[in-house]
Design a protein around this ligand. Structure first.
Ligand SMILES: Nc1ncnc2c1ncn2[C@@H]1O[C@H](COP(=O)(O)OP(=O)(O)O)[C@@H](O)[C@H]1O
Ligand SMILES: [Mg+2]
Length: 254
């Protein structure tokens, strides 16, 4: 099996200063020695409470943030030092982030972003058509994004994330703030990506989402892995995944 993400003893500390003359130093161990591997073609979940360290982890994986310690490899390359090799083969979507131009249509947004990746014009239009269909925006592709619902904007973000035909798509809380139907459409799209052979790593604090989508996941709490496996393995003999989750988190906090 082809391993596409390899994380070993990864750590990230934030040092912030506050108070009078910023003399008060605060050190946050946001990610505290986590290890996991993701195989090609999987939907892999990072599940955890707010502040657990999910976004920090995803930022290191996508080459946006340097680790404090440990190793973090994506597609065989180091995310810190070999980021150029990685960036053209991955893409990421941060939930809630407004990464699209509202005064442009979906199609024009995608044309703009494909220019950034220097995709030849002929290939570009074919690719955009395909992506618009995949994210269910084909029939509204020429309307301005400012007329779209939140769910449509989020689908357009995914479309943008697919423009360089990435092998791995990272999604930070992709369904946050969406209504049930919007969230369901997004989950359908994530499944379609898997069918196309893409690897998806997503973060969430939604247990139903994990149960429905993820092949495997880790649960992180206060920067540490507290459980790993398939949703069924983590559920174990608990009544539900939620019960198992609550026990894990409370067990750690107690
Ligand atoms: N830029 C930053 N500076 C200082 N502390 C940060 C910064 N980003 C995140 N943190 C802290 O690191 C911890 C983990 O945050 P984060 O990775 O955003 O968690 P999650 O995405 O799981 O909610 C939290 O305690 C948060 O307050
Ligand atoms: Mg986060």
């Amino acid at each position: 099996m082809d391993t596409v993400i390899e994380v070993k003893e990864l750590k990230r500390t934030y040092v912030t200063r506050r108070g009078f003359l910023k003399k008060e130093k605060r050190v946050v161990q946001a990610v505290d020695g986590i290890s996991f591997e993701v195989r090609r073609g999987e939907i892999f979940g990072l599940l955890g409470q707010n502040g657990a360290g999910k976004t920090t982890t995803i930022k290191m994986l996508t080459t946006l943030l340097a680790p404090t310690a440990g190793t973090c490899k994506v597609l065989g390359c180091d995310t810190f030092g070999q980021e150029k090799q990685i960036r053209k083969r991955i893409n990421f979507i941060f939930g809630g982030e407004m990464g699209v131009y509202r005064r442009l249509s979906a199609r024009d947004n995608l044309r703009y972003f494909s220019n950034l990746y220097l995709i030849p014009r002929k290939e570009r239009d074919v690719r955009i058509e395909k992506i618009l269909k995949l994210v269910d925006l084909a029939d509204r592709a020429d309307d301005l994004a400012e007329t779209y619902s939140k769910g449509m904007i989020q689908r357009l973000q995914i479309a943008r994330g697919l423009i360089n035909d990435p092998e791995i798509l990272f999604m930070d809380e992709p369904t946050v703030g969406l209504d049930p139907l919007g969230a369901r459409m997004l989950r359908d799209i994530i499944r379609r990506l898997k069918e196309q052979g893409k690897t998806v790593l997503l973060t969430t604090h939604n247990l139903a989402e994990v149960e429905e989508l993820c092949d495997r996941l880790i649960i992180i709490n206060k920067g540490k892995v507290v459980a790993r496996g398939t949703p069924a393995e983590i559920k174990g003999c608990a009544q539900s995944l939620e019960d198992a989750y609550v026990k894990l988190i409370e067990g750690v906090s107690a």
